[in-house]
Ligand binder design. Structure first.
Ligand code: ADP
Length: 255
């Protein structure tokens, strides 16, 4: 019996060491990739400003799109490694929900305009609703939900952001779209990292990591990220967080 327990302890230690080694490897790789990628991007942007033929401009656009894609992926993998290793620094404060939502919507507007999707916020300005979150991380989560709501929408589609009272001092920021929705048999795949549910065969760009990262970030802030979807009608994703009344800083925390 004792030797069995000792064997399990050793197995657990080995599994923990492997997990730490994996997180460290991911963190290092992501850091190492970021610097050269940023210079590829910067030089491609400079090149794009030259007097290029249409074919040359097309080639440079490919470099820009591909390097942005890898850079996004690198940032996301770095965040996942930070969460897994417990090194995600959170600055939890009382965040005005309408303000952070408006910022996310304005940042998503250029993408929405390019694809003919309209963005709307339907949140009452008074009384000011605040949620307990790390402002930057909440913005990152909302940007992910909004860009998905636009990307997986249809031309002329709508995206509406609302806010619900979820009871027990919780608030729910809701992003609803009029896209094609998600098939019932695919629902379980939505938060699987790198699973794009077939979108990789379409022209829609993405890494397949955004939602799994957003869910982990939301959970690190004590919240919940979930969704409902009706094929052919659209999807509704929501972030549920503690609502707060104070506007005071609540200090730094680690995930
Ligand atoms: P991606 O980078 O591919 O957008 P995400 O992790 O953000 O990755 O989303 C995972 C997959 O879930 C997407 O590839 C897409 O197939 C599906 N998805 C996400 N949001 C929506 C949405 N609002 N409507 C329909 N499908 C969605």
């Amino acid at each position: 019996m004792e030797s069995e327990l000792a064997r399990r302890d050793l197995q657990l230690e080995a599994a923990e060491a492997a997990s730490v080694a994996k997180s460290e490897f991911l963190t290092r790789m992501s850091h190492e990739l970021r610097t050269p990628l940023n210079s590829v991007l910067a030089f491609a942007q400079l090149l794009r400003m030259e007097d290029l033929t249409p074919e040359q401009a097309d080639c440079v656009d490919h470099i820009l799109t591909a390097s942005r894609h890898v850079l996004d992926l690198t940032e996301e993998v770095l965040d996942i490694a930070r969460i897994e290793s417990g090194h995600l620094e959170l600055s939890m404060t009382s965040v005005p929900a309408l303000e952070v939502t408006s910022e996310a919507v304005e940042l998503t507007r250029p993408l929405a305009e390019r694809t003919g999707v309209s963005l709307h916020i339907e949140i009452d300005p008074e009384p000011v609703l605040r949620v307990r979150a790390d402002r930057q991380r909440l913005l990152q989560v909302l940007l992910n939900l909004l860009s998905n709501a636009v990307k997986y929408n249809q031309p002329g589609g709508r995206v509406v952001v609302t806010c619900d009272d979820a009871g027990s001092d919780r608030a729910r920021l809701v992003v609803a779209d009029t896209g094609g929705g998600i098939r019932p048999e695919d629902l379980w795949r939505v938060f699987e990292p790198f699973d794009r549910l077939g979108a990789e065969l379409s022209a829609v760009e993405g890494t397949g990591v955004g939602l799994s990262l957003s869910r982990e970030l939301t959970q690190s802030m004590g919240g919940r990220l979930d969704f409902e979807s009706v094929p052919g009608r659209g999807s509704t994703f929501f972030v549920e967080l503690d609502s707060t009344t104070s506007n005071g800083e609540e200090g730094e925390e680690k995930a």
